[in-house]
Design a protein around this ligand. Structure first.
Ligand code: HEM
Length: 492
C-alpha cells in the first residue's frame, strides 16, 4: 500500500514539476487560437491507423482555420500554423527558426546532411555547397541538361499515339541520371528497361513513405523502439535499394580519379566536399550526397509531370507555351540546343511552371523548430520548443492574397506586372530565407529545358480530369492516379 502511495505521489510530483517548469510554454500556447484537430475516439483511431493519404487529409483539416494563426496539439508537440505571409516572413528569416524539429530528424535515416542535419552541421555544409548552386556554377550544367532531356524526347518516340502512360517515371529517371552525372557519376538510367528503371522509384517511394509516417507516429520516435519495428528493416532495405546505393561508388569514383588539392578551386560540390581542408568523414559526405539526391530528384520530376498534366488539361495554355517556343527557336519539330539566354526568354513557360507550383506545391508544408521565443506580429509570442508548420499549400490559395479566383489555373498571375503586386511571401514553392531550397535555380533551369524540348516535339493530352485527381503526401505531394498522359507528334 505504502509503495503504491509513494508511486502515485512521485508521479503527481513529476507531472506538477513538468508543468511548473514549462509554465511559460503552456501560458503562451494558451494565447494562440486553436484549430480543429479531431480528438474524438474516431479521430484518434484515424491518427494511429492513417496511411499517408489519410494523414494528408488530417493535416489539411487542422489547417482549416480562417484566422491568421492557429495552434494544434499533436499529442505532446505544439504546432503553430501561421496563415499570413508577414508571419511567414518573420519565421523564415528568424535565426531561432533555422532548425528542424526533432521528430523530423528522427524520421530520417539521414541523421546528418543538409536536409536533416543539426544546425551547426547544416550551416557549415550549406556554405561549402552554395557556390555550386549559384548562377555561375549552374551555367556549366546547361549542356548536360540539354543532353539528358534530348534522351527523354528520343525515348518517348515509342509512346506516340499509344495508351496513356505515367510520365513521372520517365522524368524521375531523367532527374536522377542528371544529378548523378553532376556528381561525376556516369550511369545510364533512362535507357534501362522500365522494370529495372522503376525499381529505384519504388524503393525511394517506400523510403519516404516510412519517413513521413514515422514523423507523425510519435511512439516510433525513440530509435530503440523504431529499430525493433518491422518498419526499420523495411526502411534500411529500401534505402539500400534506391539511389543511396550509388553513394559509395560516387565517393570512390572521385577519390580515385582526382587528388583533391586544398588550394585547387573545386569544379563540383562533390569535389568541394572531398577537399581535405573541410575534414569531412566519408559518412558525412555520403549523407550530403543522399540529401542532394533526395532533395533534388523527385521534386523537379513531380513539378514537371504536374505541369504536363495541366497543359494536357488546358490546351489554350499549351498552345501559348508552344507559340513562345516557336518564336524563340523557329517552327520546327527538331530539338534545339537551349542556351542560357534562351532560358531568360522563356517567360511564359516560367509563368506556367510557377502557376502549377502555386496550385500544386511539391512540398505542401515545411516544418521548423522554434529555438527561442519568437514574436509574431503585434499579438503573439511563440514559445520556445514549439514547432511551426508553414502551410505553403494554404498560403498559395489564400484569397486575400491571390484574389477570389485563387483556386483557378491562370498563369497570367505571374506576369511581371501582376506578380509585382503579390506579397513576396505568398509564393513559397522553394520556401524562403537562409534555409530555402539550395537547388531552386537548378530545378528551374532543368524543368525549363526538359519541358521545352518535350513540347517542341510532342502534343500532350490526358483523360484525367483535374477535379478527379486525388493527392497523397510523403513530404512531397503527388497525384495518386499517376501523371497519366498521351502524346502525339506535334504538327508544325
Ligand atoms: C521543383 C523542384 C524543387 C522544389 C519544389 C523544392 C523545394 C524545396 C523546399 C520547399 C525546401 C525547404 C525545406 C524546408 O525548409 O524544410 C527545399 C530544401 C532543399 N532542397 Fe529543394 N526543391 C526542389 C528542387 C531541388 C533540387 C533540384 C535540389 C538539388 C539539386 C534541391 C536540394 C535541396 C536541398 C539540399 C535542400 C535542403 C536545404 C537546406 O536545408 O539548407 N532541391 N527544397
Amino acid at each position: 500500500m505504502i509503495v503504491l502511495e509513494v508511486l502515485i505521489f512521485t508521479i503527481v510530483f513529476l507531472v506538477i514539476k513538468y508543468f511548473w517548469n514549462n509554465r511559460r510554454f503552456y501560458y503562451l500556447a494558451s494565447k494562440i487560437p486553436t484549430s480543429v484537430f479531431d480528438y474524438s475516439i474516431r479521430g484518434i483511431y484515424n491518427i494511429f491507423t492513417a496511411d499517408s493519404k489519410m494523414m494528408f487529409k488530417l493535416i489539411n483539416q487542422s489547417f482549416n482555420n480562417k484566422s491568421d494563426i492557429a495552434k494544434t496539439w499533436f499529442f505532446h508537440v505544439l504546432f503553430i500554423v501561421p496563415n499570413n505571409p508577414d508571419d511567414v516572413k518573420t519565421i523564415f528569416n528568424a535565426k531561432q527558426c533555422y532548425d528542424k524539429p526533432n521528430f523530423v530528424k528522427f524520421s530520417s535515416k539521414l541523421e546528418k546532411g543538409s536536409v536533416f542535419g543539426d544546425l551547426d552541421y547544416w550551416q557549415s555544409h550549406r556554405k561549402i555547397m552554395s557556390p555550386f548552386f549559384g548562377h555561375q556554377g549552374l551555367k556549366t550544367l546547361i549542356p548536360l541538361f540539354n543532353e539528358k532531356s534530348r534522351i527523354l524526347v528520343k525515348k518517348l518516340e515509342n509512346m506516340v499515339d499509344k495508351e496513356a502512360f505515367n510520365i513521372f517515371h520517365n522524368l524521375t529517371a531523367l532527374t536522377l541520371e542528371t544529378i548523378l552525372n553532376v556528381m561525376e557519376y556516369d550511369v545510364d538510367i533512362q535507357n534501362r528497361e522500365p522494370k529495372s528503371r522503376d525499381v529505384f522509384i519504388k524503393y525511394l517511394d517506400e523510403y519516404t513513405k516510412i519517413a513521413f509516417m514515422r514523423m507523425f507516429k510519435f511512439w516510433l520516435h525513440p530509435n530503440i523502439i523504431f529499430k525493433i519495428s518491422s518498419l526499420y528493416k523495411k526502411q534500411c532495405h529500401s534505402m539500400s535499394k534506391c539511389g543511396m546505393v550509388f553513394t559509395n561508388d560516387i565517393i570512390k569514383n572521385i577519390r580515385t580519379n582526382t587528388k583533391t588539392n586544398e588550394d585547387e578551386k573545386p569544379k563540383s560540390f562533390m569535389r568541394a566536399l572531398l577537399n581535405p581542408k573541410y575534414n569531412l568523414t566519408d559518412d558525412e559526405i555520403k549523407d550530403e550526397v543522399r540529401s542532394v539526391i533526395l532533395g533534388g530528384q523527385d521534386t523537379s520530376a513531380i513539378a514537371s509531370s504536374m505541369t504536363l498534366l495541366m497543359l494536357a488539361n488546358n490546351k489554350d495554355v499549351q498552345q501559348k507555351v508552344v507559340d513562345e517556343l516557336h518564336q524563340i527557336f523557329g517552327k520546327t519539330q527538331e530539338t534545339p540546343n537551349i542556351e542560357l539566354e534562351n532560358l531568360n526568354e522563356l517567360v511564359y513557360l516560367e509563368m506556367v511552371i510557377n502557376e502549377v507550383m502555386r496550385l500544386y506545391p511539391v512540398v505542401p508544408f515545411v516544418v521548423r523548430h522554434v529555438d527561442e521565443e519568437l514574436i509574431l506580429g503585434e499579438n503573439y509570442r511563440i514559445p520556445a520548443k514549439a514547432a511551426v508548420i508553414v502551410p505553403i499549400i494554404r498560403i498559395h490559395k489564400n484569397k486575400k492574397y491571390w484574389g477570389d479566383d485563387a483556386e483557378e489555373f491562370n498563369p497570367e498571375r505571374f506576369s511581371k506586372e501582376n506578380f509585382s503586386k503579390i506579397h513576396p511571401y505568398a509564393f513559397l514553392p522553394f520556401a524562403k530565407g537562409s534555409r530555402m531550397c539550395i537547388g531552386y535555380r537548378y530545378a528551374m533551369m532543368l524543368m525549363k529545358i526538359q519541358l521545352s524540348l518535350f513540347l517542341m516535339r510532342y502534343e500532350v493530352d490526358t483523360d484525367l480530369k483535374l477535379d478527379e485527381l486525388e493527392f497523397t503526401v510523403q513530404v512531397m505531394m503527388t497525384v495518386c492516379q499517376g501523371y497519366m498522359i498521351k502524346i502525339r507528334d506535334r504538327k508544325c
